[in-house]
Design a protein around this ligand. Structure first.
Ligand SMILES: O=C1O[C@H](COP(=O)(O)O)[C@@H](O)[C@H](O)[C@H]1O
Length: 457
């Protein structure tokens, strides 16, 4: 439901790539599907923008996202950009004072250390009543900094008005995990250590750095994708049945899984690799270390894999393999739940009896159920049959979904503070093992499926 109160979305870090590439198009899809929404957008950043540049960016995003009519016009006519230093108390006070609205959303599209500085300033100067803080990932850059940032932000506004952003929680298939698991009789009875052998959550991308070396080179695949997005997906796959999809039930269940999760042996249960020169989808790609803006001394990985275990009665002993990388041969954004083989297949049935699999595709949204069936030719020969289903993606981009939940003050699609800390706790032993070089850095050719010898499904 569109709120009737006037809301201003103040984007800090507005001149950056995230705002143009993801936030503004997300808002555009929101305005297209819910044209009665009224939101004023104020962009702010250190950088001066040429006159008209901000308007052009907003107009382009609205066109691309298909926003039309009164909603788009209202956004365009009221939007403005302010070049300012949001870490400076006087400048930030002046910026906040210049905004007249019933409710303010401050969106931090900033690196974690700058977010922390700006939050320090906000703590000093205070925020208008009812202000919401929306904070982009990564939330901190270590367990210690996440704890510090959590303590700081909760001194500014209460937890229910802090939205730690993970746009994967706005992916329709990710949300669909709840319906698939809990609104069907079929899956749930086997969704545990007795029925399932292993779970893989893969996010293989063909894209390279896309001009984001400044961000990516300091983070790498483990922090960029696994610490945040893939652990959230894992938690949703593994949660215990919930009484409702209310904020408390859902986020308690997610935290419960994360608290039980760890990489038991970070040296044996993690792998890292970096791409070398090659070609991806017809594009020549240089060595990662030769990419513009990359500092070879940082030793950043572009492909990471960890094996997580969830030490609870449902999942003890079931490996969850989380993997993500860039410049790979093809896009595979999916979770694969591998069932165990049946205890006994009747004698006389022969042939391919690969255990069944449930594949959940994040992009495009869909699922596949791989079942063993009697063969089409010889009825006593087994083969695999794949049932495919589409999961209707809604009209909003994931960022549109997440922004809608912020504007509606519904924190279900945001990461709770304790969960953000748990995700750092899970990956930190791996980062330590990598820092001490206990885990070798492998190489793979850009455009390949990964290093030789890595299992790929
Ligand atoms: O947050 C991020 O996600 C994207 C992948 O998400 P998608 O919605 O574009 O599929 C990833 O490429 C990027 O490095 C990461 O920061």
């Amino acid at each position: 439901m569109a709120p009737s109160r006037s809301t201003t979305l103040l984007i800090l870090g507005a001149s950056g790539d995230l705002t143009s590439r993801l936030l503004l198009p997300g808002i555009a899809t929101l305005l297209r599907s819910q044209p009665s929404r009224r939101v004023e957008i104020v962009g702010a950043d250190l950088r001066e923008l040429a006159a008209g540049d901000w308007h052009d960016r907003v107009r382009t995003a609205l066109n691309v996202g298909g926003a039309q009519g009164a909603a788009a016009k209202a956004v365009l006519s009221s939007t403005r950009y302010v070049a300012t230093d949001a870490t400076d108390p006087v400048a930030l006070r002046a910026l906040l004072d210049s905004i007249a609205c019933d409710r303010l959303v401050i969106y931090f599209a900033l690196p974690p250390h700058i977010t922390e500085l700006v939050c320090g300033t906000l703590e000093q100067i205070g925020v208008p009543d009812g202000t919401i803080l929306a904070i982009e990932k990564p939330f901190g850059d270590s367990l210690e900094s996440a704890r510090r940032l959590n303590a700081l932000v909760t001194r500014i506004v209460p937890e229910e008005r802090i939205f730690r952003i993970d746009h994967f929680l706005g992916l329709h298939t990710v949300l669909n995990l709840l319906g698939l698991r809990f609104a069907n009789r079929l899956l749930e009875p086997t969704w545990d250590r007795d029925g399932i052998e292993r779970v893989e959550i893969l996010y293989d991308e063909t894209v390279t750095l896309e001009g984001r070396a400044g961000y990516y080179d300091r983070n790498g695949a483990l922090r960029d994708m696994i610490q945040s997005h893939l652990l959230q997906i894992m938690a949703l796959i593994a949660i215990e049945p919930i009484a409702s999809v209310g904020e408390r039930d859902l986020r308690d269940a997610i935290s419960q899984v994360l608290r039980a999760a760890s990489v038991v042996d970070p040296v044996r249960h993690s792998r890292r690799a970096r791409y070398t020169a090659g070609a991806v989808e017809g594009r020549d790609v240089p060595d990662y270390v030769a990419e513009e803006g990359v500092d070879p001394s940082l030793g950043t990985e572009t492909l990471a894999e960890v094996q997580v275990e969830i030490a609870n009665p449902r999942w003890a002993g079931v490996p969850f393999i989380l993997r993500s990388g860039k410049s790979l041969a093809g896009v595979r954004k999916r979770a694969i739940v591998h069932w165990k083989a049946p205890a006994h297949v009747p004698k006389g049935l022969s042939g391919r009896d690969t255990p069944d699999r449930f594949v959940i595709d994040f992009k495009p949204d869909g699922f596949e159920l791989h079942l063993t069936t009697n063969g089409k030719g010889d009825p006593f020969t087994l083969e695999q049959t794949v049932l495919r289903g589409e999961l209707g993606g809604g009209s909003l981009l994931p960022y549109g979904e997440v922004l809608a939940s912020i504007l509606d003050s519904d924190p279900r699609l945001a990461v709770r503070g304790d969960a953000a800390e748990e995700c750092w706790r899970i990956v930190e032993p791996v980062l330590d093992a990598w820092r001490s070089d206990a885990v070798p850095m492998h190489e793979y050719r850009a455009g390949s499926r990964g290093p030789r010898g890595w299992r790929t499904n």
